[in-house]
Ligand binder design. Structure first.
Ligand code: SAH
Ligand code: SF4
Ligand code: F3S
Length: 471
């Protein structure tokens, strides 16, 4: 048994991170033969991409995916720690699985992802959830076959969570969700330690993948017919800072643009490391999408300082305006937290003021949620939940108004759309995403799926656009 340890997880060493090639680490490739699995993923794109690896690893062992957990032989939850409600969802599911295990005692239950890295969560599993058969963390998903086999051999709860990030694992198998859009990790972990955030403890120190490995992966995707890659990292702008070579995000973006993959996205960008060179490269290459996610978190410089964000309202606006000036038609989205400890009405008004200036294309808004072991969780917080909910509502009203306004500007224009699939709601045949990442619903034949086609915007809703194919 190896349990998570925050002290270890907080350390940042200068030790060089080596890379290691993945190979199925168990000899028995038939562990999962005639067995099914159900994998539930919570959280961000990084977790979704981890799940794509986990699925492929399970399938290498013979397991087959099904979409109903009640009938699965193995149920695995890939969890997220970012806010309390992500926790609640996962524990709610564990509650249901507890009952299922009473009916079907041979079902195997596993938990992985960011919550597995939390001391409190693992302590609770040890105390209250003996039904959870195995637990592994974000640094050892390549060891899933060993951990699972150990449980199957011994029938004893197996917990293996590393708090120190190990080597970079290359060549893990992957079962991608889409045949047209792919996630590509470029940097793992985070060293920013924003005071409210648990990610630096659950994902370890900042480690960049080698550029050769990233470019090779994108080249393979191009050959396989992929239309879009999203480069992933908690802060992609920090790419390369931990490597010896002078090679940063701007260089990587440029080299990936040269692979001729039709669409490149990247997320997330911390405003702190956003260089002028990056702005130039984004403006220069047509296959780098002009859509930037630039989380601001707050419009109050006082709160930003307490959050440890390393920029002020003014410097954020300076960067924002520069990006808008240099990249015509760029769409910028953001994340905002309301109710950080000590946030006053005046601070909140600063946030509204910033939002009114920026008129974001999209904004994800959250009420601050105290996370175990983070510095902000130890701050005095006198604002009532009622007040925080009120602020969130006032903020959302403004945010949605700009969202609709930005969408309305598109009416009559022709957008290039990557057609994803049939529309499940049945109102229109197809859906896809524009270059600026807006959802678009329209009618057309299934032949368009997987292609980038021009579509004319005819009508807008707050959350999406309705369109017709441009002929
Ligand atoms: N690496 C990204 C953020 C990843 S988490 C960045 O730095 O921008 C996604 C979003 O969740 C954050 O941008 C923040 O707005 C929100 N978030 C993170 N921790 C939170 C907390 N403790 N309470 C509420 N929201 C939080
Ligand atoms: Fe969390 Fe800040 Fe790192 Fe983003 S940059 S993951 S908010 S610590
Ligand atoms: Fe959640 Fe972990 Fe992502 S905490 S947001 S799954 S990095």
């Amino acid at each position: 048994m190896q349990l998570p340890n925050y002290k270890e997880a907080s350390k940042r060493s200068r030790e060089k991170v080596e890379k290691e090639q993945y190979h199925l680490p168990v000899e028995d490739k038939n562990i999962g033969n005639n067995k099914t699995y159900y994998l539930k993923t919570y959280g961000c794109q990084m977790n979704e991409h981890d799940s794509e690896n986990i699925k492929a690893i399970l399938e290498e062992m013979g397991f087959q995916e099904i979409d109903n957990y009640e009938h699965a032989d193995l149920v695995l939850l890939n969890t997220c720690s970012i806010r309390e409600n992500a926790h609640n969802k996962a524990f709610g599911m564990l509650g249901r699985l507890k009952h299922l295990k009473q009916e079907r005692p041979d079902i195997v239950i596993g938990l992985c992802g960011c919550m597995a890295q939390e001391e409190g969560v693992v302590a609770e599993i040890l105390e209250r959830y003996p039904q959870v058969n195995f637990v592994f963390g974000t640094h050892n998903l390549h060891r899933l076959p060993i951990i699972l086999k150990k449980y199957l051999d011994t029938h004893k709860q197996e917990i293996e969570v590393f708090s120190k990030e190990g080597n970079l694992i290359e060549g893990m198998p992957v079962k991608r969700m889409s045949a047209y859009k792919a996630y590509v990790n470029i940097i793992y972990g985070c060293d920013k330690f924003c005071t409210y955030c648990i990610v630096p403890y659950t994902r370890g120190k900042q480690r960049s993948r080698r550029k050769e490995d990233i470019i090779k992966e994108v080249e393979t995707l191009v050959k396989e017919g992929y239309q879009e890659v999203t480069l992933l990292g908690q802060n992609v702008n920090a790419y390369g800072k931990d490597l010896e070579e002078e090679y940063g995000m701007e260089n990587l973006l440029e080299d990936i643009a040269k692979t001729n993959i039709p669409r490149i996205r990247f997320m997330t960008s911390h405003p702190w490391d956003f260089t002028d060179k990056m702005i130039e490269v984004i403006a220069k290459y047509p296959n780098i999408m002009k859509a930037i996610h630039l989380p601001v978190q707050s419009g109050s410089s006082r709160i930003l300082r307490k959050m440890g964000r390393r920029y002020t309202k003014e410097s954020y606006l300076e960067l924002f305006d520069k990006i808008k000036r240099t990249i015509p038609d760029v769409s910028i989205s953001t994340d905002i937290i309301v109710g950080f400890p000590g946030e006053t009405e005046e601070d909140f008004m600063d946030t509204l003021d910033l939002v009114k200036h920026c008129r974001f294309d999209n904004a994800f808004t959250f009420i601050y949620s105290p996370r175990e072991n983070t510095p902000a969780s130890r701050l005095v917080d006198n604002t009532s939940l009622e007040e925080k909910e009120d602020r969130l509502q006032r903020l959302n009203q403004i945010v949605n108004q700009y969202f609709l306004e930005n969408n309305q500007k598109k009416v009559g224009t022709v957008e290039r759309v990557l057609v994803e699939d049939h529309n499940e709601n049945g109102k229109t045949d197809l859906f896809g995403y524009t270059e600026s990442n807006k959802l678009i619903n329209f009618n057309g034949s299934a032949d368009y799926i997987g292609k980038i086609i021009p579509v004319k915007v005819t009508e807008t809703k707050t959350w999406s656009l309705d369109d017709e194919i441009y002929k």
